[in-house]
Design a protein around this ligand. Structure first.
Ligand code: HEM
Ligand SMILES: *[C@@H]1O[C@H](CO)[C@@H](O)[C@H](O)[C@H]1NC(C)=O
Ligand SMILES: *[C@@H]1O[C@H](CO)[C@@H](O)[C@H](O)[C@H]1NC(C)=O
Length: 488
C-alpha cells in the first residue's frame, strides 16, 4: 500500500514541476489558455486546430496567441494584419515546416510539402520548372483541363437529371488532370485502383487534422503501437506509395523519346545527376514529390467545386446570373478559355467568393521558424510551430464588405467590375505559397463554367435543407449531398 502512495506522490510531484515549467515557458510567449501537464491545450482545442475554435480563442487572447500541443507551443496568428506580418514580412523566418511525427512518417523529410532547407528549395524549384515545361501557365495546360471538363460534363449527362452525389466524378476529373500531368495517363471512373487511390489520399490528407492525428503527433510511440485509425492510415499510405512506385517503374521500362509528364522529366534529371553522389535529385524524392502533387492537387480542388455546386443550388439567383453571363460570351464549352474570366466579372467573383467563404484550407499547413525572430512584439524562439489562420483572413471584418455571408459583391465594385482584395489568401502567402495556385484557378474556372453552361443544378425533389456546416479534416469539405444536373 505504502509503495502506491509513494508512487502517486512522486507522480503528483513530477506533474507539478512540469506544470510550473510550462507556466514559466508560457510566460515568455504570446498569451493563450493555461497549459495543462501532458496535454498542454489539447483539451481546450478538442484535439483539433479547427479554424472556428481558434477564431473564438483569438477573441479572448488576441491576434497572436500560444496553443500548447502537449509540451510544444504553437503560435497562432489571426486576421489579415497579423498573418501578413507573419507570412509575408517575415517570409524567410517562417519558411520551414515542422517535422511532426506524422509528417515525418509520410514524407521522411523528402519531396516538397514537408521537406526543409536546401532539399525543399531544390525540389520546389525543379518541380515548378518541370510543370512549366509541361505547359503550366500556357494553353497546353488548359487543354488538359478542358479534356477532363468535357469528360465530367458527359458523366453528368449520363445521369439524365437523376439525383447523384457528385463527389466521386468530380474527384475523378480533378484527379485525372493531376494524373495526366504526373504520369501521362488517366483513370476511368470504373477503375478499382482509382477508387482505392481516392480513399487512400483522403485518409492521408485528413489524418493530420483529426483528433487521432493530434494524438499521434503528441504521443507517437504509444499511438504507433495501439490499434485505431492510425493503423488504417499506414495501410492506405503504403498502397499509395506502391502505386506511385509502379508508375515510375513503368516509365523506366518504356521510356518515351520525348519527356511528356513529371515522371519523364524527373527521371531525365536523375540520370543527369547520377555522377553527383551528393545530389538529392533521386528516386526517393521523386516518389514523395509525386505523392505531394497528388495529395495537394486533388482534394482541395474537388472540395472547392463541391462547395461551389452546393452554393449555387442554395443561392439560385447566383446560378441564374452566372448562366446569363456565360451565355452572353460563350457559344459552346469547346470555345471556353481561362482568359474569359476577364470578361466574366460576375462568374469570376462567384468562384472567388466560394473560395473565400468556404476556405478549403482553413489553417493552411503549419510552419516552423528557422531562427529567432520578433513577431508583433513577441520574441519567438527558433523551432517554434506557427499556424496562420487563413480562414480568419478570409472573413476579416476590417477587409471585407460582407465577411460573414456568401455574397459575390465582396469581389465586385459599384459598376459590377471584378475587384480583387488583398485579404484573399486561400492559397496562403510567402515562400511556401501554394505551388499549384495557377492550375487550381484554371481548373476551378473551366470546370465551373463548363458545368453551368451545360446544366442547371437543383436539389432533388423534396429536399429543402442541406447541411452547409462543413467537415473539418486538414481540409474543410462539405457534407455529402445529392444534386440533379438538368441539361439546359
Ligand atoms: C483550391 C485549390 C487549392 C488550395 C485552396 C490550396 C491551398 C494551399 C495552401 C493553403 C498551402 C499551404 C501553403 C503554406 O504553407 O502556407 C498549399 C501548399 C501547396 N499546394 Fe496547394 N492548394 C490548392 C491546389 C493545389 C494544386 C492543384 C496543387 C498541385 C499542383 C497544389 C500544390 C501544392 C504544393 C506542392 C504545396 C506545398 C508548397 C510548399 O510547401 O512549398 N495545390 N496549398
Ligand atoms: C477589399 O475590400 C475592402 C472592404 O470592402 C475594400 O476597402 C478594399 O478596397 C478591397 N480591395 C483591396 C484591394 O483590398
Ligand atoms: C450539420 O452537421 C454538423 C456536423 O458537422 C452537425 O453538428 C449539425 O447538427 C448538422 N446540422 C443539421 C441541420 O443537420
Amino acid at each position: 500500500m505504502d509503495v502506491i502512495w509513494i508512487l502517486l506522490g512522486l507522480l503528483l510531484g513530477l506533474l507539478s514541476i512540469q506544470y510550473m515549467k510550462l507556466r514559466q515557458a508560457a510566460a515568455l510567449l504570446p498569451p493563450g489558455p493555461t497549459p495543462l501537464p501532458i496535454f498542454g491545450n489539447l483539451l481546450t482545442i478538442k484535439f483539433q486546430f479547427h479554424h472556428k475554435t481558434l477564431m473564438k480563442l483569438s477573441e479572448i487572447y488576441g491576434n497572436i496567441m500560444t496553443i500548447w500541443v502537449g509540451q510544444s507551443p504553437a503560435i497562432v496568428v489571426t486576421g489579415y494584419e497579423a498573418v501578413k506580418q507573419c507570412l509575408i514580412d517575415n517570409a524567410e523566418q517562417v519558411s520551414n515546416r515542422p517535422t511532426t511525427p506524422y509528417f515525418k512518417y509520410y514524407a521522411e523529410e523528402r519531396g516538397i510539402i514537408f521537406s526543409n532547407g536546401e532539399n525543399w528549395k531544390l525540389q520546389r524549384r525543379l518541380c515548378l520548372q518541370i510543370l512549366r515545361s509541361l505547359g503550366f501557365g500556357k494553353k497546353d495546360l488548359e487543354g488538359r483541363v478542358k479534356v477532363e471538363a468535357n469528360q465530367l460534363v458527359e458523366i453528368f449527362s449520363s445521369q439524365k437529371g437523376r439525383a447523384t452525389d457528385p463527389n466521386r466524378c468530380i474527384m475523378n476529373a480533378v484527379g485525372n488532370v493531376m494524373s495526366a500531368v504526373n504520369f501521362g495517363h488517366t483513370y476511368s471512373l470504373r477503375d478499382e485502383v482509382f477508387h482505392r487511390l481516392i480513399d487512400a489520399t483522403n485518409v492521408v490528407v485528413d489524418f493530420g487534422g483529426t483528433h487521432c492525428g493530434q494524438l499521434y503527433d503528441t504521443f507517437p510511440w504509444l499511438m504507433h503501437r495501439l490499434p485505431g485509425p492510425q493503423q488504417a492510415m499506414y495501410k492506405h499510405l503504403h498502397f499509395f506509395k506502391q502505386c506511385v512506385l509502379q508508375e515510375i517503374r513503368q516509365h523506366q521500362q518504356n521510356p518515351s523519346p520525348e519527356p511528356q509528364d513529371v515522371v519523364d522529366y524527373y527521371l531525365e534529371q536523375i540520370s543527369k545527376a547520377k555522377d553527383d553522389p551528393s545530389s538529392t535529385i533521386n528516386e526517393d524524392n521523386l516518389i514523395t514529390v509525386l505523392m505531394d502533387l497528388v495529395l495537394a492537387g486533388s482534394e482541395t480542388v474537388t472540395s472547392t467545386l463541391r462547395w461551389a455546386l452546393l452554393y449555387i443550388v442554395v443561392y439560385k439567383d447566383v446560378q441564374v446570373k452566372v448562366q446569363k453571363e456565360i451565355d452572353e460570351l460563350v457559344e459552346s464549352i469547346e470555345n471556353l478559355k481561362y482568359e474569359d474570366r476577364l470578361s466574366m466579372p460576375y462568374t469570376n467573383a462567384v468562384i472567388h467568393e466560394v473560395q473565400r467563404f468556404t476556405s478549403v484550407g482553413p489553417v493552411g499547413l503549419p510552419r516552423q521558424c528557422s531562427q529567432d525572430f520578433t513577431l508583433l512584439g513577441y520574441s519567438i524562439p527558433k523551432g517554434t510551430t506557427i499556424v496562420a489562420n487563413l480562414a480568419s483572413v478570409l472573413t476579416d471584418h476590417k477587409h471585407w464588405k460582407f465577411p460573414d455571408t456568401f455574397n459575390p459583391s465582396n469581389f465586385l465594385d459599384e459598376e459590377g467590375n471584378f475587384q480583387g482584395n488583398k485579404s484573399f489568401l486561400p492559397f496562403s502567402a510567402g515562400h511556401r505559397i501554394c505551388l499549384g495556385e495557377h492550375l487550381a484557378r484554371t481548373e476551378l474556372f473551366i470546370f465551373f463554367t463548363s458545368l453551368l453552361k451545360t446544366f442547371s443544378f437543383h436539389l432533388p425533389q423534396g429536399v429543402t435543407e442541406v447541411n452547409m456546416s462543413g467537415i473539418f479534416g486538414t481540409t474543410f469539405k462539405p457534407h455529402p449531398y445529392e444534386i440533379c444536373a438538368v441539361p439546359r
